[in-house]
Ligand binder design. Structure first.
Ligand code: ZN
Ligand code: ZN
Length: 411
């Protein structure tokens, strides 16, 4: 076990509760945690009550059990989301319950299961729990996605290490990238947030009309909507309370205009989607839509994602992350979007965050669609950044301003 592990885990729980989710007096908290992370879930619950939470609701998830259910249940059963589950979710949203998701997922948990079965089950859940999803994506409630080390995940990331050493190595990376080793992690995050915000401010001031990506296998022109808003680490909920939606985070992001993408872009890292690893993807775009997509690994799953979900042919997020980000420097492929997306420039297929345009959180779904923000039941990030990537910002007047050079911020 890592030196001082218990102490570090406590510091981590404190950081997630206070700086991450921003727990305050009389809050309802919903914590979804992988079962391997029970010790951390207990610490977080304790911290949350100490911070004044009224009630903490913990729901454990178990990848192995999920797999057993997929094998044992028919598609009809998997897609039949019971009304009591929907009522519970809506009740929690009415209480403005803050949501924390603590994952240690095995990226290959569902390998070999019929992709059609997975796709249908995920679509049914996503549709049934739509209110919760929309409230989260529009920052009506505070939410946080963070990670803890799990054995199957650790073994995939560190295949040359024995079980215990792999688990330690993964915890070490999690603590490093979330700044838990700093004397005062909360203060370290305050400083990190401020640094990222200077990048967002520059991009917001320039209001680029187009971002032009060039690099090996990539030449893409991506339109940005009017009044788009670049955001970074810090977010604000409906009540004006601050939170950080992802820990770690290194990205500055907004939404592209879903109807304006032209050219080709090549992925730079694998991604795990629906329990399957997809790697070496190439996407061709016309009028904002994916006209062709290929992958060397997991292509069937990728094509199902794009073909079977409304809005999955268009993009909903554009995010900038310098190639020399701490996560990228670790040179580790995590097979977990929370980490890999923070090592690399990325785009997301599907749903855009309502907050990516001014006043977006107050707009209806139709209004968001009209201003160019893609609407979809899915949101899947894929990584495109590398050390050779250049990005130019093109203004409405045609002025070209370097945004990225050789994978790094150009300003
Ligand atoms: Zn992102
Ligand atoms: Zn995303």
């Amino acid at each position: 076990m890592l030196d001082n592990f218990d102490h570090l885990l406590k510091k981590y729980a404190h950081l997630l509760v206070h700086k991450g989710l921003g727990v305050s007096q009389d809050d309802y908290i919903q914590l979804a945690a992988d079962i391997e992370l029970a010790p951390l879930a207990r610490l977080i619950s304790q911290e949350a009550y100490q911070a004044g939470a009224k009630k903490v609701i913990v729901r454990y998830q178990d990848d192995q059990l999920t797999r057993i259910h997929y094998v044992g249940q028919s598609v009809e059963t998997l897609t039949d989301i019971p009304q009591y589950r929907i009522d519970e979710s809506n009740d929690l949203m009415n209480k403005r319950t803050k949501r924390m998701s603590l994952r240690s997922s095995d990226p290959n948990a569902l390998k070999g299961i019929d992709p059609e079965k997975i796709s249908q089950a995920q679509r049914a859940t996503s549709k049934a729990l739509k209110e919760e999803r929309l409230a989260t994506q529009a920052n009506v409630v505070s939410w946080l996605v963070a990670a803890g080390a799990g054995q199957a995940w650790a073994n995939l990331v560190f295949p040359d290490l024995e079980d215990e050493a792999a688990l330690d190595a993964l915890w070490d990376e999690i603590f490093k990238t979330t700044r838990v080793y700093e004397e005062d992690p909360v203060k370290a995050w305050d400083e990190h947030e401020a640094r990222l915000q200077t990048k967002a401010d520059f991009l917001n001031k320039n209001q680029f009309d187009i971002l032009h990506y060039t690099g090996p296998g990539t030449d893409l022109k991506l339109g940005l909507p009017n009044n788009h808003v670049w955001e970074s680490a810090g977010s604000v909920n409906e009540k004006g309370e601050v939170f950080i939606a992802n820990m770690p985070t290194e990205e500055v992001f907004t939404a592209p205009d879903a109807n304006r993408a032209e050219g080709v872009i090549t992925s730079s890292k694998p991604l795990s989607y629906g329990g399957v690893v997809i790697d070496k993807m190439i996407f061709h775009f016309e009028d904002g839509k994916i006209t062709k997509a290929t992958a060397e690994e997991g292509e069937e799953t990728l094509l199902k994602l794009i073909n079977d979900n409304d809005g999955a042919r268009q993009l909903g997020e554009v995010a900038l992350v310098p190639h020399q980000s701490p996560i990228s420097q670790s040179n580790i492929i995590f097979f977990n979007t929370l980490f890999d997306e923070n090592a690399s420039n990325h785009l997301a297929i599907g749903q855009a965050y309502a907050t990516s345009v001014e006043n977006g959180a107050k707009m209806s779904q139709d209004e968001l669609n009209e201003v160019g923000l893609n609407r979809s039941d899915v949101h899947v990030d894929f990584m495109v950044g590398n050390a050779e990537m250049n990005i130019d910002g093109i203004t409405k007047d045609g002025e070209v301003i370097p945004v990225f050079r050789n994978g790094e911020w150009a300003f």
